[in-house]
Design a protein around this ligand. Structure first.
Ligand SMILES: [Zn+2]
Length: 274
């Protein structure tokens, strides 16, 4: 699952490429998207803005219409010049949105829908998101309260819950827990306020640090996946992906385990995170 910072940067890149421009073509494999296009054409509308809300990408068009997409595990938005060759096969295309200058292509996107701009605030999934770690207005007290409201859940699992805080994916989950020396298996109720504060502030620090880096490489081609880390030069992970390798702090081999309802992988140092 992409991390919040990746979505945030993607939305920012899409916004730079598309906002203020007029849509010249629209296509999608989703019938419910094309139906709206047939009735009230997207072509001719102006892209007003592209923003990230947690891990949702919201593209606002003139005429009170917003396209909400969510990437889940494998979806991504790419930006191309009109005649440029796509970096993924055409069969993975889900949405194409063209302007005179750029073409945005959504590949393997599993969730897409139109929302009336006036209804975004009331949207069921968006409304339930916890405080957005990348928002200027991030509310740390509210985030802490939402953590505390889940006393009997393992902390690693709670950190992935977008209704608690929006933005943490599986990579930062392990990294943030390591940085704060918290065991991924600790139940929330066993953690001190200081530990929760550390997790919240570190998550925000990590996500924000990545938003300010690696912009140049993303202006034209932009994938959501973090597997290739070219867009994060110099980034060094503490435990994620390092099973069996020595902990960078104490030398103990990093361990791996599956955790939670979705059996997501967790990496941790058993010595630093007892
Ligand atoms: Zn260690």
């Amino acid at each position: 699952m992409p991390e919040g910072d990746t979505i945030f940067r993607a939305a920012r890149t899409l916004n730079r490429a598309l906002s203020g421009r007029i849509v010249t073509a629209f296509d999608s494999v989703f019938p419910k998207l094309t139906r709206v296009h047939d009735d009230t054409p997207i072509t001719g509308r102006t892209v007003e803005s592209v923003t990230a809300n947690g891990k949702h990408v919201l593209m606002a068009f003139s005429g009170n219409l917003v396209l909400r997409t969510h990437m889940r595990m494998n979806g991504s938005w790419h930006i191309y010049r009109p005649a440029e060759r796509w970096q993924r096969p055409g069969r993975d295309m889900r949405i194409v949105l063209a302007t005179a200058e750029y073409v945005a292509v959504g590949f393997s996107i599993p969730v897409a829908e139109w929302i009336k701009a006036s209804a975004v605030e009331r949207h069921d999934e968006l409304r339930r998101l916890g405080p957005d770690l990348l928002a200027e207005s991030f509310d740390a007290l509210e985030a802490a309260a939402r953590l505390r409201a889940r006393p009997d859940v393992e902390i690693a699992d709670v950190l992935l819950n977008q209704r608690v805080m929006a933005g943490i994916g599986n990579v930062y989950k392990s990294e943030v827990l390591f940085a704060c020396r918290v065991s991924p298996f600790a139940l929330v109720r066993t953690l001190t306020d200081q530990q929760l504060d550390c997790l919240i502030s570190t998550a925000r620090k990590f996500l924000r640090a990545n938003v300010t880096e690696g912009l140049a490489a993303m202006t034209i081609y932009m994938g959501f996946r973090r597997t290739t880390r070219r867009d994060h030069p110099g980034e060094r992970l503490w435990v994620y992906g390092r099973v069996g390798e020595p902990c960078r702090r104490c030398g103990t081999p990093v361990e791996i385990g599956k955790q939670g309802r979705d059996a997501r992988l967790t990496y941790w140092c058993p010595a630093c995170q007892p």
